[in-house]
Design a protein around this ligand. Structure first.
Ligand code: T4K
Length: 375
């Protein structure tokens, strides 16, 4: 095994060529439009809608504000059923809207909300479901839509991990009432910080655009208390460049995922997710699950072992959102309500995956995992 001198992180943004960014900067310096629906912002919305195969997209300054605004846009109140197995921002967006989160358990094979558990959690106060396509793997879209239709609930997908993901050729972002993307630096496609709401009709897009701009619907008309969640021109320029290279970057991520699968298959007590038939993946994360009954170490043991070798995987998502102090008192946050999520969160490590990860670096990750397997 080679010594890993340079630290490897769970992810690293793929930087576009600096000179291409400088060209955009020159344009921005010339026209002096820095934000507020500028020309690059408009161009990025158009190009992203085309690339993703969606009707309407509104850009945001980050994914969290997109989530908060999506709930405002649909006037969601009361209780929303959501997953404990996600990044905290998913549930925080409910909290910021004075909505009570109700956690339901996840499926053991996709780690996404389990529709049966969602249905069982519905009360007269439930107004919406907020699932997450964790690691970009699509939720059980038909079952969730059926539940939403039957009970008259809104369906808002946190698709922060699902940039470019398609199901039978159709963007996963076209499901539900709204979908939210994150364009944070750690994502497959990034605008440094950024995010978006995807919606199916012009009227909703208009409302979302008012809401992200203080509620302004004209120079002197404020329709309601909106927020400031606009993406600026520098972020938009960076996004246009990211988009130019995103297909190459996704292809590199796929190669890395394939190499992990080839090298890690057959290790006792180690499980990973495979591609799903009919799904176009974008390989945003590469989670593995460690079962310490069969592997020679605990999950945390392996996590520390990798760290001591300069490999910084991440335990996304540990702890569960339901275990954080703000939420752990909720009845739905109790461990007996979430047995599958409680199990997965103790087993998961996301391995480094990003376009510039070299073959040598990746083999070092695999070698350490292999060296510590039970013989
Ligand atoms: N919903 C879901 C399901 C989400 O996963 C997220 C965000 C959101 C909503 C909210 O979207 P945003 O409001 O963030 O747009 C990171 C990200 O900050 C966060 O965006 C992401 N999910 C979450 C899963 O991961 P941290 O605290 O783990 O990030 P950090 O700074 O430790 O970065 C991880 C590694 O990446 C670092 O060790 C090094 C590398 N890195 C990071 C940054 C920021 C770089 O190489 N360059 C960089 O610029 O949360």
């Amino acid at each position: 095994m080679k010594k890993q001198n340079k630290p490897i992180y769970v992810t690293q943004p793929a930087m576009p060529p600096l000179d291409e960014f400088t060209e955009y900067l020159k344009k921005i310096w010339q026209n002096k439009i820095l934000t507020n629906n500028g020309p690059l912002h408009q161009q990025l919305e158009q190009e992203l809608a085309e690339y993703l195969g969606v009707k309407y997209i509104s850009l945001f300054s980050n994914g969290t504000l997109a989530l908060v605004t999506a709930l405002q846009a649909l006037r969601i109140t009361g209780e929303v059923i959501t997953t404990p197995y996600s990044f905290v921002a998913t549930t925080h967006s409910l909290w910021w809207n004075n909505i009570k989160p109700v956690f339901a358990d996840i499926e053991p094979n996709t780690f996404n909300l389990d529709p049966e558990k969602v249905e069982a959690a519905i009360t007269p106060q439930t107004t919406a479901i907020m699932p997450v396509h964790v690691y970009g793997n699509p939720c059980n879209l038909d079952a969730l839509q059926q539940i939403a239709d039957t009970y008259g609930l809104k369906l808002i997908y946190d698709a922060a991990h699902a940039f470019g993901v398609k199901v039978n050729g159709n963007s996963v972002l076209n499901y539900g009432d709204l979908s939210i993307l994150s364009f944070h630096a750690t994502k497959v496609f990034n605008t440094i910080e950024g995010g978006a709401i995807i919606c199916p009709d012009e009227k909703t897009k208009k409302r979302i655009d008012f809401l992200k701009n203080f509620g302004f619907a004209g120079e002197t008309t404020v329709i309601e208390p909106g927020i400031n969640a606009k993406m600026n021109e520098l972020q938009s320029a960076y996004g246009l460049l990211q988009l130019k290279y995103v297909d190459d970057n996704i292809a590199k991520r796929k190669t890395i995922a394939d190499i992990y699968r080839k090298n890690l298959i057959g290790i006792k007590g180690l499980r990973f997710l495979n591609d799903i038939e009919g799904v176009t993946h974008s390989y945003s994360y590469f989670p593995i699950l460690i079962d310490s009954k069969e592997y020679a170490m605990t999950r945390d043991g392996l996590y520390e072992e990798l760290k001591s070798n300069n490999i910084f995987g991440r335990r996304y998502f540990f702890p569960l959102i339901s275990q954080f102090p703000s939420y752990k008192g909720l009845p739905s946050a109790q461990a007996d309500n979430l047995p599958v999520a409680e199990g997965i969160t103790k087993q998961v490590i996301c391995l480094p995956i990003y376009p510039d990860l070299t073959m040598d670096e990746q083999m070092n990750v695999c070698d350490i995992i292999k060296a510590n397997q039970r013989t």
